[in-house]
Design a protein around this ligand. Structure first.
Ligand code: CP
Length: 326
């Protein structure tokens, strides 16, 4: 590979993404998912070079528009954009005209007037990215919309699993926690079932979506059943900010019944991977000894987020085709 450019040497079945946007995992085929993960392998190598920069998105402008708080997603998108040499713009919502009542659509159309190429959007409303996709020429990348999807999180989770386990097909993946409010859950279910994993979801009955089994997963409120012989345990954050009522008696009670402890982990496969998308509620959904222990890949997930987001940005910009035309 050239020191300055990125080329995907072994082309998988899909060679490009069909859509101009990444709105959700629901729209991706297994081939497209593999294309993103294979491209992320190449991007990860860029991140290990002394000079972590390639000119793939030179001349492209990317706007990061985050209406909800974020540490990992916003930072890793910005790093990914800079590693690809894009011009990046972070809109600070608190000092924008959103506080004067400007709508999402008007905000986006006004930003579009300045000719960006891509808009990375996080918003509290499910479907906000679909709205922008309809009215914007720019590529729209979903960085989390309400309780709907968080596609790049599921892609980086899949990348992290594949890196360790070599494949996703046939793995038992137990996803445990606040199932009701989680866009990470929805994107992971869609991705992992498309790729042939055996997905189990587990949480209190009050937080179990009624229709979850129609997505092809096994569902239980018995955490031991979910964890037994699991290859991967993915803990989900209790999203207190999205809860209006009480879904369980207390945080202590929740930890006692559903929290991931070293004792519970022993039921899983000996080489189990412990995952969490972050931010974590330590001592609520996960014990610190597990989060910081030898089976945890939580910080690997964060590191891989940069490579996966570079892959998404690169492919949406047209991949190698765009580079050759430049
Ligand atoms: N996993 C995740 O989306 O984290 P942030 O909210 O910090 O971006």
């Amino acid at each position: 590979m050239s020191p300055t450019t990125v080329h995907v040497d072994q082309q998988p079945a899909a060679t490009a993404l069909r859509s101009k946007d990444l709105l959700g995992i629901a729209d991706l085929t297994p081939d497209e998912i593999n294309l993103i993960l294979d491209t992320a392998d190449v991007m990860k190598e860029v991140g290990s070079r002394p000079i972590k920069k390639v000119p793939a998105l030179r001349g492209k402008t990317v706007v990061n528009l985050f209406f909800e708080p974020s540490t990992r997603t916003r930072t890793s998108f910005e790093i990914a954009e800079k590693r690809l040499s894009a011009d990046t713009l972070n809109i600070a919502i608190a000092t924008s005209s959103v506080v004067k009542g400007e709508t999402l659509a008007d905000t986006a159309l006004n930003l579009e007037a300045m000719q960006p190429d891509m808009i990375v959007l996080r918003h509290s409303s499910s479907g906000a990215c679909h709205l922008l996709s309809r009215i914007c020429r720019s590529a729209i990348i979903n960085a989390g919309d309400g309780m709907h999807e968080h596609p790049t999180q599921a892609l980086l989770d899949a990348f992290t699993i594949r890196e360790r386990k070599k494949q996703l097909k046939g793995l038992k993946v137990a996803i445990i926690g606040d199932l009701l409010h989680s866009r990470v859950l929805r994107s992971n279910i869609l991705l992992l079932t498309k790729m042939g994993a055996d997905v189990w979801v587990c949480g209190p009955p009050t937080m179990m979506p009624t229709d979850v089994r129609r997505f092809g997963v096994s569902a239980t409120s018995n955490v031991e059943q979910a964890v037994r012989d699991a290859d991967v345990i993915m803990m989900l954050r209790i999203q207190l900010e999205r809860m209006e009522g009480a879904y369980f008696p207390s945080l202590r009670e929740y930890f006692n019944v559903f929290g991931m402890t070293e004792a519970r982990m022993t039921l899983a496969k000996p080489d189990v991977m412990i995952m969490h998308p972050g931010p974590m509620n330590r001592g609520v959904e996960i014990a610190s000894e597990v989060a910081d222990g030898p089976y945890s890949v939580i910080l690997d997930q964060v590191a891989n987020g940069v490579a996966v987001r570079m892959a998404v940005l690169y492919l949406l910009a047209g991949g190698a085709e765009h580079e050759e035309a430049a």
